[in-house]
Ligand binder design. Structure first.
Ligand SMILES: C[S@@+](CC[C@H](N)C(=O)[O-])C[C@H]1O[C@@H](n2cnc3c(N)ncnc32)[C@H](O)[C@@H]1O
Length: 247
């Protein structure tokens, strides 16, 4: 039942990939990262905010697998995705744990949340005239990721792509007082959104300046857990970048 959230034919038919984000491999990996690095460790004292919930399937899939006592407030700009997400939340009776608001995250999130989670837009391109404009991550793909790292949340779990200027992104996080306390990495093949010619061209230009790392059709996507620096945890940023820049 849980895997069906990412793969069912009905889901594929229900989507228009130019309005509702649809990349099952990526959403599934984000869900695994959430489960293993965040939600499993939360207590009822924790509150979680999510940037860009999409259709909610990554979080819903986790909540169906694990015991979770906290609450998650998701934000999603796209009304179609939001409606799909809310109806699934009701279908699985998860209203007490997860809500998706059809609002811009930056104008509405609670700064008191203990965790910020996101699979943010990270497509690099000169402008947002793309198949799905809300996946635009600025010229190097890292603009929204950096914005999320500057709001000051204690713990932040973000998906970071090896073709979206990962080295400067991690340096930025360290300068914001974070350390990398955990990460998971998966190889993904370039898909519908990243193969758009304008995006592919930008990625190949970034590669020349060592701001994008990939092989012909594979790139690494990392789920990275950042925590505000303390003396108890070890910073894993060097290990993370060693793998992310290997291709
Ligand atoms: C890469 S998709 C991730 C969707 C979902 N979390 C997943 O992994 O399947 C990023 C999502 O962020 C949403 N988004 C972009 N800017 C936003 C904003 N300012 N506030 C809320 N959502 C936003 C997009 O509409 C898109 O659905």
């Amino acid at each position: 039942m849980k895997e069906a959230l990412f793969t069912s034919d009905t889901a594929v038919q229900a989507y228009s990939p130019n309005t509702v984000f649809f990349c099952p491999e990526e959403s599934h990996f984000y869900s695994q990262c959430l489960e293993k690095m965040v939600l499993k460790h939360c207590t009822h004292f924790d509150s979680v905010v999510e940037f860009g919930a999409g259709d909610g399937s990554p979080v819903i899939s986790c909540l169906l697998k694990i015991k979770f006592d906290g609450s998650i407030q998701g934000y999603e700009l796209n009304s179609e995705a939001c409606e799909l997400g809310q109806s699934r939340i009701e279908q699985y009776r998860l209203e007490h744990q997860y809500t998706i608001h059809n609002k811009c995250f930056f104008k509405n999130f609670s700064s008191k949340a203990t965790y910020l989670i996101a699979n943010p837009p990270y497509l690099p391109a000169p402008d947002d005239n793309l198949y799905m404009p809300s996946l635009h991550g600025g010229e190097d793909g890292a603009t929204i990721t950096k914005q999320l790292l500057s709001i000051g949340c204690e713990n932040v779990m973000l998906m970071i792509s090896a073709y979206s200027n990962p080295v400067e992104t991690i340096e930025y996080a360290l300068n914001q007082g974070y350390q990398v306390v955990d990460f998971m990495i998966s190889p993904l093949t370039f898909g519908y959104y990243s193969c758009e010619p304008k995006v592919k061209k930008t990625i190949s230009e970034l590669r020349k300046n060592r701001k994008a790392f990939y092989s012909q059709n594979i790139y690494f996507l990392a789920g990275v857990l950042f925590k505000k620096r303390d003396s108890y945890s070890t910073d894993l940023s060097v290990e993370l970048l060693r793998v992310m820049t290997a291709l």
